[in-house]
Design a protein around this ligand. Structure first.
Ligand code: XBP
Ligand code: MG
Length: 258
C-alpha cells in the first residue's frame, strides 16, 4: 500500500465559503446586463447541482427562462455574462478579506512542514483561485501548490473525474498516494471516480448531500480551540484534523477498514 504523499483540495466550499460571493457576483452581473434575473440562496442551492458558472447559467435559462432569446448566439452571450461575473467576483475578493474555513490554513502549513505535496482540483475559473489564494492566504500562496487544475482545463467538469486525473497526471502521482478534500456530492463523485479517498467538510449548501462513500465527513477541519464534529466515517480522537489523522485516514481507507 502506497504511503500518503499528496493532498488535493477542492476550492469553493472547501478552502473557503465562497459560494455566497459567487451567488452575489452572478446577481450583480445580471443587473449590470439589465437582466431581471435574481438567484436567491434557495435557487442557487439547486443550481449548484450544475458545476461551472457558464454551465449553470445555461441550465438556469433552460429550466427557468425558456422564453429568453439571447441577443447573440447563446455561447457568446453566456461567456460574456460569465466574464463579467468573474470580474465582479475577483474584485470583491480583492476588496474584502474572505477567511479560509476553520483549520484550512493550519492544515496547509502543517502539510508543507511534513513534506506533503499540495494540489488544487476545482471547477471554478482559474482567476478565482488566484484571487482567493492571494487575498485569503498570501501573495506567495500560489507557489504552495504543485498544480492548480481549474475550470475548463478539462473537457468535462465535476462530477466527472477529469479534473482530479489532470491534477494527478500533472503531479505524476497515483491515486493511492493521495487524499482529496471536498465539500459537495459532485466533488465527491469526481474524486471517487478518479480513485481517490476523500475527506468531506460540509457547508450550508451541501450539508444534506449524499456522502456515502467518503472516507470521513466532518463539519470543518477544526482548530485546537474550536473542535470539529465528525459526522460520518472514520472517528478521530483529536479536536481537529491534523497530519497524523490524515495518515491514519489514508491507511484505513486504502486498507478498506475506513
Ligand atoms: C464550484 C463550482 C464553480 C463555482 C462558480 O467549484 O462549481 O462553478 O460555483 O465558479 P469547486 P465559476 O467546488 O469545484 O471549487 O463561475 O468560475 O464556475
Ligand atoms: Mg466545492
Amino acid at each position: 500500500m502506497s504511503r500518503l504523499t499528496t493532498l488535493l483540495f477542492d476550492v469553493d466550499g472547501t478552502l473557503a465559503d465562497t459560494e455566497e460571493i459567487h451567488r452575489q457576483s452572478f446577481n450583480k452581473a445580471f443587473r449590470q446586463a439589465d437582466l431581471d434575473w435574481e438567484w436567491s440562496q434557495a435557487l442557487y442551492g439547486e443550481l449548484l447541482a450544475v458545476t461551472g458558472g457558464k454551465e449553470r447559467i445555461k441550465h438556469y435559462l433552460a429550466t427557468h427562462r425558456a422564453n429568453f432569446v439571447p441577443p447573440l448566439n447563446l455561447d457568446e452571450y453566456v461567456a460574456g455574462l460569465h466574464a463579467a461575473k468573474t470580474d465582479i467576483y475577483t474584485r470583491s475578493m480583492a476588496a474584502g478579506e474572505l477567511p479560509l474555513r476553520p483549520g484550512v490554513l493550519r492544515l496547509l502549513e502543517a502539510a508543507r512542514e511534513a513534506g506533503l505535496r499540495l494540489g488544487i482540483a476545482t471547477t471554478t475559473t482559474p482567476a478565482n483561485v488566484t484571487a482567493l489564494l492571494q487575498h485569503s492566504i498570501s501573495t506567495d500562496a500560489l507557489g504552495w501548490f504543485d498544480v492548480i487544475a481549474a475550470g475548463s482545463v478539462v473537457p468535462a467538469k465535476k462530477p466527472a473525474p477529469d479534473i482530479y486525473r489532470f491534477a494527478m497526471q500533472a503531479m505524476d502521482v497515483s491515486a493511492d498516494e493521495c487524499l482529496a478534500f471536498e465539500d459537495s456530492e459532485n466533488g465527491l463523485r469526481s474524486a471517487r471516480g478518479a480513485g481517490l479517498e476523500t475527506l468531506i467538510t460540509v457547508n450550508e449548501y451541501t450539508k444534506d448531500h449524499d456522502f456515502i462513500d467518503a472516507a470521513m465527513v466532518v463539519d470543518t477541519l477544526g482548530e485546537p480551540d474550536a473542535p470539529m464534529q465528525v459526522l460520518a466515517g472514520m472517528t478521530c480522537d483529536q479536536p481537529c484534523i491534523d497530519i497524523d489523522c490524515l495518515y491514519r485516514l489514508h491507511a484505513a481507507a486504502r486498507s478498506g477498514e475506513g
